[in-house]
Design a protein around this ligand. Structure first.
Ligand code: ARG
Ligand code: ZN
Length: 888
């Protein structure tokens, strides 16, 4: 079996978009499901698209065995061309005709997990973006929408549950122990939203009545032993349905809405109409097996896929360049959902900080590297490579800026207009922005829509420089903002972006100065702008880009004193956190740039400020935990021209150890204050307490490593043994592993033995070890050992990620080795995985995106490793695109 697509790689360009030559109105699919050989009968009605010139019908197909083709019931001539099935003797005129195609495929051999595949004896599909063509020949593009009727036939004992999109019309027995189910989807849809599931599953069920009084059946399907881990997903789904109705007036449009979990999945989850398919990681949770982070992720991914029902399914993408139309908007919606579910405003801010942290540690580097692309890309070789943090997270920021510019009500109006105009259509990012602007004709967005839309067309992270001047005599403060964006591949010169800068001014005591509303949001639309604030009695401390109002890098030469004021007093929690990050970053960069061995990078003022945060009597625990977490190695590295990853690692570790030691008594206090033993609830407030207690425990164990103290590691081990939930248990284990204490060697096997049958927990066990701080090069050998463990499975994406990605993508201090062994390991794994799962391999291939920034000897060694991958003759388009761009 070879999954490698050979032959010339073709570049697909946005400007080449042409409407389809044919429409497909109806599709009747009949499946005879068999893991070795599944037969698919695809009976379609088609008609010519009268709006375009007559041309042959070209249907996409991949790894299919074609048995027969009938047009209007009779045999016909056809040919194969570049994998496509081409029919050119079709009936004249614009009358509908029927086309029947019989094919077979081999689901059990489908290791790419695209199209129809088998996972643990159950059939699943994944069709986005171009997987449907691996099931049958089709116009596999999102602007072709059809009505689907699907009949599934399979052995009843092995596959008692047969699911597809829409409503179950009919089911019953067949000869030879087989049975069938017939599903009809009442909504037209593009092929990427098709799904089927067949297997031995059980469902948690819940009937709900929506606002309009309609009844709906919600179901969460899992393997038999996992039923006790479905409640949270169901509650999240119920909350999602209610939220979309309440916030956007968008109801559930189906009688039945199903979620099915699979342990073999390339991504997070998929919004197939009425039949969402999820990675188990984003469904299964109970307090014994899942952490607070897992609970929060499940809520947000369940929400995300549910919200796609409107933003993605009812209104879909014209072509894949418009992916952010649905993904950016839906990420924005899931972020808002999670925030709206927070009872306290402070928890909203915590969510915002977490989202921004993802953007800045993952998307900013992408935007500055070889894979940089606009939110709406202009070209691709493999569309799967463009399911990126840029399309998703930066795309969400673009939507958020629209909301900032037109206000919350204005944005809701815009959404309403968007659905009035485009329900049932396949549209573009321009259509979306136009609807929001048209619903708010007096807004800055509408006035400068063309400038705003550069966020869709230009890649790169703009840098905004701010300069303040205070004139005491005139009691006037003048703020000058200017912007600049560095070139990205294929875009040498950038036009100015439209940048909403939310701001406030504080006096030296940290009191907020009253400003008129118009001055609290400055819209920068040109290369630079000057804002004048009058009646200012003393030099103010500016609080700029509040709430991270635009995805930019802010350059402002604030003094330590100003940052300390913001950290202590800013009413904007995001900027309060950001002030702490800037203070820490400044110290990290100074220590990285200094000569000689790494000394103690932190000064008393910084340590005192951190103590004040930790001991603060009104701040939330979650906020404290975020503020006391130092900027990541990746984030620090991004600020440097040339990166010595070992130096960055050493500096950050030194800072952490210094905080551990200097705040010892405070950490001990924090641990005792925040470790509670009450009943487990995954709400943000108690999750924040657990997070802070967990951090305190890690710091205390780190400090014990230096002092030789045995008490705190002992307490951590005790906590590990008798914790009442996975969050506390895992945090205690992690404290031992991260501090490198000998007790970790007892705790790790114990943990494994406790959870040997819980795949998702074992993933954590693997990831913790592969991601642990490197001490004298010990992690790579440990990773090799983990790969030899009987529970390691390279073909299971979650497991492969838990070891290989945790090492290559999330553990820079261990991965970047002076002897290049990390890079050699990386190239071996990329090539090995590419032979059976190009999508996962291409993600891993991204680990060396930023190689050009590395100092020697890392830089040359990294280039050599990438070149080694690129030199491979048999490479998927996915990996080829990534490594070619990296080397260019
Ligand atoms: N649309 C899915 C989501 O909600 C992602 C599916 C991506 N799948 C893929 N093979 N590229 O984000
Ligand atoms: Zn999505």
């Amino acid at each position: 079996m070879s999954s490698l697509r050979e032959g010339p790689t073709t570049v697909v360009r946005r400007e080449d978009y042409a409407p389809p030559a044919y429409w497909i109105d109806t599709v009747e699919l009949t499946f005879d499901l068999d893991p070795a050989k599944t037969r698919v009968l695809n009976r379609m009605t088609l008609r010519r698209n009268a709006a375009v010139a007559a041309q042959p019908l070209r249907l996409d197909g991949e790894e299919l065995n074609l048995a027969r083709v009938l047009v209007n019931g009779a045999g016909c001539s056809f040919k194969m061309d570049a994998g496509q099935l081409v029919l050119d003797n079709l009936p004249e005129g614009n009358e509908p005709f029927t086309l029947e195609i019989f094919t077979t495929c081999a689901p059990e051999k489908n290791s790419q997990l695209m199209g129809l595949y088998v996972s643990q004896g159950t059939f699943f599909t994944q069709c986005e973006a171009e997987g449907f063509r691996r099931i049958t020949y089709f116009l596999d593009r999102p602007d072709v929408m059809a009505s689907y009727t699907v009949t599934l036939r399979a052995d009843k004992a092995r596959y008692p549950v047969l699911l597809s999109n829409g409503n179950l019309e009919e089911e019953g027995p067949l000869p030879d122990g087989r049975h069938f189910a017939k599903w009809v989807d009442p909504h037209r849809k593009p092929s990427y939203l098709f799904a089927l599931v067949a297997g031995n599953l059980v469902a948690r069920e819940q009937r709900i009545v929506s606002r309009s009084g309609k009844e709906h059946l919600l179901q969460v399907f899992v393997r038999r032993g996992d039923m006790d881990k479905t409640e949270h997903a169901m509650q999240s789904l119920i909350a999602s349905v209610a939220w979309d109705e309440a916030r956007f007036g968008l109801p559930l449009d189906l009688e039945r809405f199903m979620i099915v979990a699979t342990s073999d999945f390339n991504m997070g989850a998929m919004e197939n109409k009425g039949l969402n398919i999820f990675n188990t990681k984003y469904v299964l949770a109970n307090s014994a097996t899942a952490t607070d982070t897992d609970f929060a992720n499940i809520e947000s991914v369940v929400g995300h896929e549910y919200f796609h029902n409107w933003t993605g399914n009812r209104v879909t993408c014209r072509d894949w360049f418009q992916l952010s139309l649905k993904e950016g908007l839906t990420v924005f919606r899931d972020q808002e959902f999670s925030m709206d579910l927070c009872a306290e405003p402070s928890a909203r801010a915590v969510k915002r900080i977490e989202d921004v942290r993802v953007l800045r540690t993952a998307q900013f580097p992408e935007d500055a590297g070889p894979m940089a692309h606009p939110v709406r890309p202009d070209s691709y070789v493999e569309i799967n490579n463009f399911y990126t943090v840029t399309v998703y997270e930066k795309g969400a920021e673009v939507v958020r800026m629209m909301q900032t510019l037109v206000g919350r009500e204005g944005f809701a109006r815009g959404m309403k207009l968007y659905f009035e105009r485009h329900d049932g259509q396949a549209v573009t990012c321009d259509d979306f922005a136009q609807a929001i602007a048209d619903a708010n004709p007096d807004s800055a967005l509408a006035r400068q829509l063309e400038v705003f839309k550069r966020w869709y067309s230009q890649a790169g992270t703009p840098r905004v420089r701010a300069e303040g001047r205070y004139d005491a005599e005139a009691r006037r403060y003048t703020l000058t903002l200017s912007q600049h964006c560095a070139p990205t591949p294929g875009q040498a010169v950038k036009q100015p972006f439209l940048i909403p800068v939310a701001l406030g001014l504080l006096d030296a005591q940290g009191r907020e100065l009253p400003l008129p509303e118009s001055q609290r949001l400055v819209v920068l639309a040109d290369a630079s702008a000057t804002v004048v604030f009058d009646d200012i009695d003393s030099e103010p401390v500016p609080s700029l880009l509040r709430g991270f109002s635009a995805p930019v890098v802010l350059e402002y030469a604030d003094s330590d004193a100003q940052l300390l004021t913001l950290l202590a007093h800013d009413s904007d929690p995001f900027n309060r956190w950001e002030a702490g990050q800037r203070l820490a970053l400044r110290r990290a960069l100074a220590a990285v740039r200094a000569d000689g061995p790494v000394a103690q990078p932190l000064d008393a003022a910084f340590i005192d400020a951190m103590r004040a945060v930790l001991r603060h009597d009104t701040l939330d625990a979650a906020f404290k935990e975020l503020t006391l977490t130092l900027p990541s190695e990746t984030y620090i590295s991004e600020q440097l021209e040339v990166v010595d990853p070992q130096r960055v690692h050493a500096v950050r570790e030194a800072m952490r150890e210094q905080l551990a030691q200097a705040l010892h008594a405070d950490w001990a206090w924090a641990y005792e204050q925040h470790r509670d033993n009450g009943a487990y609830r995954p709400d943000p407030l108690s999750a924040g307490r657990r997070a802070l207690a967990g951090m305190a425990l890690t710091m205390l164990c780190l400090d014990a490593r230096q002092s030789g103290d045995a008490v705190w590691p002992g307490k951590a081990y005790q906590r590990f043994k008798d914790a009442g939930n996975m969050t506390d248990r895992f945090n205690a284990l992690s404290a031992l592993v991260v501090s490198g204490h000998a007790l970790a060697r007892e705790a790790l096997p114990r943990f494994h033995a406790m959870f040997r049958d819980e795949a998702l927990v074992l993933d954590k066990w693997f990831a913790l070890q592969a991601g642990a701080p490197d001490r004298g090069g010990n992690i790579l050998p440990a990773v090799r050992q983990l790969m030899a463990h009987p529970d390691f499975q390279l073909r299971n994406p979650n497991r492969a990620r838990s070891v290989i990605f945790s090492y290559c993508n999330a553990n820079p201090g261990a991965f970047h080795r002076a002897d290049a062994a990390g890079y050699v390991f990386w190239s071996d794994r990329v090539l090995e995985i590419d032979r059976f799962n190009p999508q996962v391999a291409a993600r891993l291939a991204r680990a060396l995106d930023r190689w050009k920034k590395l100092a020697e000897p890392y830089r040359s060694a990294a280039r050599e490793a990438i070149a080694r991958v690129a030199a491979q003759a048999e490479l998927s388009n996915d990996v080829r695109e990534v490594v070619t761009r990296a080397l260019s």
